[in-house]
Design a protein around this ligand. Structure first.
Ligand code: PLP
Length: 319
């Protein structure tokens, strides 16, 4: 994949002496989340070489993963099945509309049933129902995903060396399941620090990330996890939306409401409070997630009015 890494200037950097750049995984596909593509590719290769003709996975009704999986499956001539948490009424939202248009078969299950998504007995039932399907965990976060995101770290380093300088000292990314940050740790060089900004309050995250890394026989010495949950998963307020609009104005880069904007806020707060030495170079991963904005219109308009929503909408890539 062709990955652009570009320098970013922002007034919040002030006199910190930090050199900031962004790895634009959001540009790999107009709407499918960048990190999800890296996570899915090794899953798709495994499916193809092992005779699976379908991909099945799980997600919420606005899931970046479900969305990317539907689009990538179509591209690679595989069928796809999405097991969606919640009611049938979600079928008409922009995320699931895209997925259905790409040929995904959607099944809606209750929040109660969705809790069984990792249970062995449930997975066996699903496998019997869909014998040709490779079953991929929520978020795409199988061990194959770790390999895909290790590749992402290597591409970041190559692009950075080519465009900017020798190497970035720090790579940062937003964390949900933690598979992406785990893969980045595996692919980073030993003297780089990888920081994951957790957008969920999840006590099991650190251990899960360490287990992913351990399973690749790699060390997690250079891993840091920071909290960036703010109001909670998928919650946002005016302060966050103002941050996003300001970032857009100053850099020309649109962040997403759930993941990348929270990573960015967390990182900029740490830079402002002097957590990084002057001279440190930091590369943030823009993991994508822009498709998620389309389902947020009403909430954004209610919080900050139609005019500000239009600024965001204008920058949304067309599917
Ligand atoms: C899914 C997602 C993440 C989190 O990835 P994990 O591997 O689950 O930690 C980050 N950013 C975006 C845009 C995502 O869609």
């Amino acid at each position: 994949m062709i990955l652009l890494v570009q320098k970013v200037q922002h007034s919040l950097l002030g006199k910190s002496g930090i050199s900031l750049s962004m790895a634009r995984a959001d540009l790999i596909h107009p709407l499918a989340s960048g990190n999800k593509i890296y996570k899915l590719m090794p899953n798709i290769e495994f499916a193809k070489t092992n005779g699976y003709s379908e991909l099945l996975s799980f997600g919420g009704a606005f899931s970046n993963h479900i969305h990317a999986l539907a689009l990538m499956a179509k591209k690679h001539h595989l069928k796809s099945i999405g097991i969606i948490r919640g009611e049938e009424a979600y079928r008409t939202n922009p995320t699931l509309q895209d997925a259905e248009k790409a040929g995904m078969h959607l099944e809606f299950i209750s929040r109660q049933d969705y809790k069984r998504r990792n249970d062995e007995s449930y997975l066996q039932e699903l496998q019997q129902q869909y014998p040709k399907a490779l079953i991929i965990p929520e978020g795409g976060s199988s061990q194959y995903a770790i390999k895909g995101c290790a590749q992402l770290a290597k591409e970041i380093n190559e692009a950075y060396e080519k465009n900017i300088k020798r190497r970035s000292d720090v790579i940062t990314v937003a964390c949900g399941t933690g598979a992406t940050v785990a893969g980045l740790v595996c692919g980073a060089s030993k003297n780089q620090t990888v920081i994951g900004y957790a957008v969920l309050r999840d006590k099991s995250l650190q251990k899960r990330v360490e287990d992913f890394i351990h399973a690749e026989n790699e060390s997690y010495k250079n891993l840091r996890i920071e909290s960036a949950a703010y109001g909670g998963y998928a919650k946002f307020d005016e302060t966050q939306l103002d941050f996003i609009l300001d970032w857009l104005e100053q850099t020309g880069i649109l962040l997403d409401p759930i993941y990348t904007s929270k990573m960015c806020m967390g990182l900029m707060q740490q830079i402002e409070s002097g957590k990084f030495e002057a001279g440190t170079s930091i590369t943030m991963v823009h993991s994508g997630g822009l498709q998620g904005w389309r389902g947020m219109k009403l909430r954004v308009v209610k919080l900050m009015g139609a005019e500000k929503w239009q600024k965001i909408e204008k920058h949304l890539p067309k599917g």
